[in-house]
Design a binder for this molecule. Structure first.
Ligand SMILES: C[S@@+](CC[C@H](N)C(=O)[O-])C[C@H]1O[C@@H](n2cnc3c(N)ncnc32)[C@H](O)[C@@H]1O
Length: 233
């Protein structure tokens, strides 16, 4: 369902090639440990889980598997991504929406909100969640994909602090775990990891494309995320 009326700035929504790269990369299982951790912390997450910036719905589908009583709503500004999300799980609905606008759902309807590498609208997280509801935020650490250098955008090392600061007014943090491993990525997976992220909008800068084309061997790459949980105050 596309509920979007206003035009959104270029470079906001994931494009069709980015979404295709993301879907293939996630299907390879490279980030499966993160999906498992999200499913673990969201186990029994109540009756409605809203995934803010759900992309292809990969993580929400895993969470729904661990929360058999829950329905999922995927919100994302990318219609191409959401077409995939709508097919990701039988208990999942999808609506194209700009997360910076008031969300198209009522107050206190959700038992849980999920946010994985996507924009964070603290006031809306708070408005749509019931008191005591669960907010789960996944974010890359500064170590994430560090071996790929400037093929991927670097992560600000004060991100966690900023995250707690933004949410502090509305939420109390209840936990933070790390998913950290070394993955052996094939040249194809490395290309997808680059093409599915924000660097995809800047691939023609410098020699990025040439370096991607030159990849021939699998490479050990750090995969590192935090999963933070919060209770709505
Ligand atoms: C890095 S991707 C993460 C997608 C998904 N959570 C995952 O990890 O597979 C960021 C997502 O946020 C979406 N997005 C970016 N800005 C947005 C906005 N203002 N409103 C809604 N979605 C947005 C993009 O379209 C993209 O699908």
């Amino acid at each position: 369902m596309n509920l979007l009326h206003a035009r959104i700035p270029a470079g906001t929504a994931d494009t069709a090639p980015m979404v295709a790269a993301r879907a293939d990369f996630l299907a390879s299982g490279a980030y499966r440990p993160l999906a498992d951790e999200l499913a673990r912390v969201c186990e029994g997450a109540g009756d409605l889980v809203i995934d803010a910036g759900a992309g292809t719905g990969y993580y929400l589908a895993h969470v729904l598997e661990a929360a058999p009583a829950a329905f999922g709503l995927a919100l994302d500004v990318s219609a191409v991504a959401l077409r995939r999300a709508a097919r990701a799980h039988t208990r999942l609905g999808a609506a194209v929406w700009n997360l910076w606008e008031p969300w198209p759902v009522g107050d206190e309807v959700a038992s849980a909100v999920l946010n994985v590498f996507a924009p964070r609208n603290g006031p809306e997280f708070h408005r749509v969640l019931r008191p005591g509801g669960l907010l789960t935020v996944a974010a890359p650490t500064p170590d994430h994909l560090r071996e790929l250098g400037d093929l991927v955008l670097s992560v600000d090392d004060r991100k966690e602090e900023r995250l707690d600061g933004t949410l502090g007014e509305y939420f109390a943090r209840t936990g933070r775990t790390e998913v950290h491993r070394t993955a052996r990525l094939t040249p194809r997976q490395i290309r997808q990891a680059v093409e599915m992220g924000p660097t995809a909008f800047h691939l023609d800068r410098g020699d990025r494309r040439a370096r991607l084309d030159a990849l021939a061997e699998p490479q050990a790459v750090t995969v590192s995320f935090t999963v933070s949980t919060y209770r709505r105050l």
